[in-house]
Ligand binder design. Structure first.
Ligand code: COA
Length: 260
């Protein structure tokens, strides 16, 4: 993979470890960070089965959009910044493989918004979420006004956004924003790798189609979602992996999926 100024990328055992690496600025999302994230997502290596997104250092996952960069932005530049910030979680959602956000420390503003674009969120006991933009006279601009309500419901999303308050890891678990908690960062990454071991034992085609259809369903009517599911179900019937999975069950053996 290419090298980046603000990101660390490493593929190990078919998992891309993608780390935002600006620890001195608490991994704040500058235009460069967002552009590099976009570049990674548009050039994913073909052989990977999953992505772990995390932040460098012990203090922050991402402490938000770069406040210094926003200081001199015109409304037009602000719109461009929002467009770029909205593109990245959309690329996460359209990726062919699952992405687990591993949140240690602050996931504020754009950090919360990037995490919510991932498939699900693991946390340590140091994780703190929030959409504090109103404290700066701003509003969430990288998808927070839309995605937070999908995770926690509309009323709670309003309360969190209007107050700009912190949501600590245990509340994040309780309200369904985060899915699993771990004692420290190392255990959290191992937990994500364990989850990916389970996912890797399935057909990659099944996982990609599940991700696609869930995404479509989240943004459409039930009928449209069911239609997408039916179409994908039909498609999967034409794959070698479906034949292998069903046959393996009937022959009482472990399936050997090839991704075809
Ligand atoms: N954008 C740009 N720089 C940021 C940043 C952001 N969102 N968040 C933190 N930083 C920088 C700080 O300016 C500081 O840089 P400096 O050392 O050059 O002054 C460095 O990261 C460390 O942050 P600091 O505030 O000193 O750490 P702290 O432990 O005292 O506080 C936070 C941590 C997260 C509570 C605090 O940094 C904060 O409130 N950040 C902004 C959060 C936010 O509003 N995000 C949404 C933006 S729309």
């Amino acid at each position: 993979m290419k090298t980046y100024e603000t990101l660390l990328t490493e593929v190990k055992n078919e998992i891309l470890h993608l780390t935002i690496n600006r620890p001195d600025k608490l991994n704040a999302l500058s235009i460069l960070v967002l552009s590099e994230l976009k570049d990674v997502m548009n050039n994913l290596p073909g052989e990977i089965r999953g992505i772990i997104l995390t932040g460098s250092g012990e203090k922050a996952f991402i402490a938000g959009a770069d406040i210094k960069a926003m200081d001199s932005m015109t409304p037009e530049a602000g719109e461009e910044f929002s467009k770029l910030g909205q593109e990245v979680p959309l690329l996460f959602e359209h990726a062919p493989v699952p992405i687990i956000a591993c949140v240690n420390g602050f996931a504020l503003g754009g950090g919360c918004e990037m995490a919510m674009g991932c498939d699900f969120i693991y946390v340590t006991h140091r994780a703190v979420f929030g959409q504090p933009e109103v404290n700066l006279g701003l509003i969430p601009g990288f998808g927070g006004t839309q995605r937070l309500m999908k995770y926690v419901g509309e009323a709670l999303s309003r309360e969190i956004i209007y107050t700009g308050r912190n949501v600590k890891w245990d509340e994040a678990i309780e309200i369904g924003l985060a899915q699993k908690a771990f004692g420290n960062k190392e255990e959290m990454i191992q937990g994500a790798l364990n989850t990916f071991e389970m996912i890797k034992s399935k057909s990659s085609l099944s996982i990609t189609k599940c991700k696609e259809v869930i995404r479509i369903g989240a943004d459409s009517t039930l009928e449209q979602g069911l239609e997408a599911e039916r179409t994908a179900f039909k498609w999967i019937f034409g794959t070698e992996d479906k034949k292998e999975g069903v046959r393996a069950f009937l022959e009482k053996r472990k399936a050997d999926f090839t991704g075809n």
